[in-house]
Write a protein that binds this ligand. Structure first.
Ligand SMILES: Nc1ncnc2c1ncn2[C@@H]1O[C@H](COP(=O)(O)OP(=O)(O)OP(=O)(O)O)[C@@H](O)[C@H]1O
Length: 300
């Protein structure tokens, strides 16, 4: 693979066609030719085309400075692209005024950050109920209790965050992100501050929110930026950014384990960070982790 050769052309993730109005459920996230420049010279994103279906879990990886956070911020309406379009569940964000964007983020998106971002003076329940209050709605106490059960914290609603472990605090943040049944949950390094075992528990909960939501509740859609191949291996699809373009992707195929996907992800990352290394993965006598994992390699 020669990433540099591919860099100038904008890419569309394969198999992900733009939604045509009137053809059913719109994509959860749709980016069209999104660019983001800082000043004249810093091109953080260089033409991103991307479509993510509802009820999917996508990880975004890439070297430092490749544009992951910028992509997340543009997709979540926290930053405005320099050009291009962003649609969330059919709503065009780039057309919205700032106050409309804020209202949309509060009512239709969930966020999980590395450092949890809980309010220390509020109890666990109050932190989870916050999105209702910020949206000017009465907190739905049954929903708050249900989502705390979902993340395994049903008994800790009255505690304050400083009396919780890091993993428990991140579970509260996850409950807060899920409580309004948002169109998309955006997670930026959600396990970056956690030990391996606790990180795996939080990732399993994210995965479960997509695969097995509580009865009667919709499957979540998760977009997660991470540096950790083991975290990315919980996703259905891993997107690789390099220098502001979508350079590659990996899809999880039925039957192979997160460990295999993590190995394949590590292999791709290695290729991204050392682009001049000869690519031996297509040589028949050199089986790659991607091939042994049964992973579909897709052009994006
Ligand atoms: N506010 C800003 N002003 C100027 N340049 C910026 C700004 N934010 C990001 N950039 C530049 O845009 C590029 C992409 O940054 P971004 O933070 O999206 O990368 P990243 O992949 O998330 O990096 P990391 O893994 O280190 O967090 C980098 O070159 C960065 O220096």
């Amino acid at each position: 693979m020669r990433l540099r050769a591919r860099r100038p052309a904008p890419h569309r993730a394969s198999g992900q066609e733009p939604h045509r109005p009137g053809t059913g459920t719109p994509p959860a996230v749709e980016l069209g030719a999104v660019t983001r420049r800082y000043g004249r010279d810093a091109h953080a994103l260089r033409g991103i085309d991307l479509t993510l279906r509802p009820g999917t879990f996508t990880a975004v990886m890439g070297p430092s400075g490749s544009g992951k956070s910028t992509l997340l911020k543009c997709a979540a309406g926290l930053d405005r692209p320099t050009s291009g379009t962003v649609r969330l569940a059919g709503t065009e964000l780039t057309a919205l005024r700032e106050n409309q964007l804020t209202a949309l983020r509060r009512s239709r998106l969930g966020f999980v950050f590395q450092d949890f971002n809980l309010l220390p003076s509020l109890t666990v329940e109050q932190n989870v109920a916050l999105p209702f209050r910020l949206a000017g709605r009465r907190p739905d106490r049954r929903r708050v209790a249900a989502v705390l059960e979902q993340v395994g914290l049903g008994a800790l609603g009255r505690r304050r965050p400083d009396r919780l472990s890091g993993g428990q605090q991140q579970r509260v943040a996850l409950a807060r992100a899920l409580v309004t049944e948002p169109d998309v949950v955006f997670a930026d390094e959600p396990t970056g501050a956690l030990d391996t075992r606790t990180a795996a528990e939080v990732l399993a909960l994210l995965r479960q929110s997509v695969d097995a939501p509580p009865p009667g509740r919709p499957a979540a859609t998760v977009v997660m930026v991470t540096h950790d191949p083991h975290a990315a291996a919980h996703a259905d699809r891993v997107l690789f950014l390099a220098d502001g373009v979508l350079a590659d992707s990996l899809d999880r195929t039925p039957g192979h384990t997160p460990a295999h996907l993590a190995e394949a992800v590590t292999d791709r990352l290695h290729t991204l960070t050392t682009p001049n290394t000869p690519d031996t993965r297509d040589t028949p006598d050199t089986p790659s982790p991607a091939r042994t994992a049964g992973t579909a390699r897709t052009a994006v």
